[in-house]
Write a protein that binds this ligand. Sequence first.
Ligand code: SF4
Ligand code: SF4
Ligand code: SF4
Ligand code: FES
Length: 358
Amino acid sequence: MKKMKIKIDDTEIEVREGQTILDAARIAGIEIPTLCHSDGIEPYSSCMVCMVRDKKRNNFIPSCTALVQEGMDIDASGEEVIALRKKAVTLLLSEHRAECEAQCRVVCPMGYNIPLMNRLLIAGEYDEAAELIRSEMKGGELNCINCKAFCVNACRRKRIDTPVSIRNIRIFLSRNLPETPKYEVSPLYSENDVRKRFASRIGALDATEQLEWLKECPDKVVRHEEIAGFKEAAEEAASCMHCDCRASSGCRLRELAEMFSIKDPRGKFINTPVIKKINHKTGLVFENAKCIKCGLCVRAVADSTDEPALCFINRGFVSMISEPLTVEFDDIPALVAKKCVEVCPTGALAFFNENNGT
Ligand code: SF4
Ligand code: SF4
Ligand code: SF4
Ligand code: FES
C-alpha cells in the first residue's frame, strides 16, 4: 500500500494509504480520546469526541474515520479542538438521564457500596457480601452501628413502598463475618471518590419511569425490617432497584467527563425516556437513558450467526437500542449479550450481577 507522510501536532509520521488519522496518531504516541470507537469494529463516528482540525482546510473531522491524505497537517490538541470535544461530551450528558452513584451511597458518610452488597446477597454470595463489609470496616467498627441511617432515609425504594432496610442488613453482616477472610471483595473505590468523581444526575422521574426501575425486582418481594439471617438479608436486598450504575468504575463517558472537568449539565432533555429491559435468561440489563447510541453493540455482532442480535429501532431523537421487533428481549442469546456488554462504553448494557467487585 502506498506510503505517505502527514503531520499531527507538528510531528511528522509515516503512514499507509487507508489508515485513519487515529491510527496515525497512535503510531506517533499522540493520544486522541475516543468513545464510540472500538478496535476491530467498523468505525461509525457518532460521538465526535475524537475530533481534530485539518489545518490546511481549516475544518474539523472525526479522526476515527477520516483517512490520512498525503501532506495533511493535523491539530489534535489545540484549544478549539479541546473545546469541541468538551462540547460533544456535554451534549451526550445533557440527554443522559442516569446516576453514576445511588443516593444511598452518596449520603453515606463512609461511602459504603450498598448496591453492590445487595447484588451479592441477591446472587446468594453471602460470604462475598460479608467480605465486602469486612473490607469496608477497615479493621475497625462498622460505622452503621452509630449512624442515623442516612442511607435508609435516602433510599429511592421508599417512593414505592418502604426503604430497603440497609442499616440492619449491614449490621447483621458485620456480626456474621466468616472467621477467616475467604475472598477479597473491594468496594471498587474509596468513600472520597464517591463524592469527588464526576456524577451524572437523573433529574425528575415521572410515575411511569419510577415503575421502570421496579423491573429489576422480582414481582413479589418478601420484606424484612429486622434481619435475623442471610435468607432474610437476601430477601430484603431483592427490593433494591439498583439505581446506581454497574459501570461506575469503568465507564468511558464518566472518564471523559472527568478528563475534561465537565460538570453534569443542569436540566436534561426529558425526551430521553428512562426505560429498562431485563433478559431473564441471561441477566442482560439494558438502560436506555444510559445509552449514547454509539451502535457498538449492534456492529459488534453484525457478522455473528447468533440470532437475534440488538438493533436500532425508530429514527432521529427517539431512536433506541432494542431487540428486533419480531422477538422478545429474553430471546437475545447469551453470546450476543456477552459481546454487547463487552463493547458498551457506558453502563447501558450490563449483566445483573456485574460489577460485583469480587
Ligand atoms: S453510564 Fe457512565 S456516566 Fe452514565 S450513569 Fe453510568 S457511570 Fe455514570
Ligand atoms: S433502591 Fe437500592 S440502590 Fe437505590 S437507594 Fe435504595 S438501596 Fe440504594
Ligand atoms: S447500548 Fe451501549 S454499545 Fe449499544 S449503542 Fe448504547 S451505549 Fe452504544
Ligand atoms: S470516537 Fe470518533 S466519532 Fe466517536
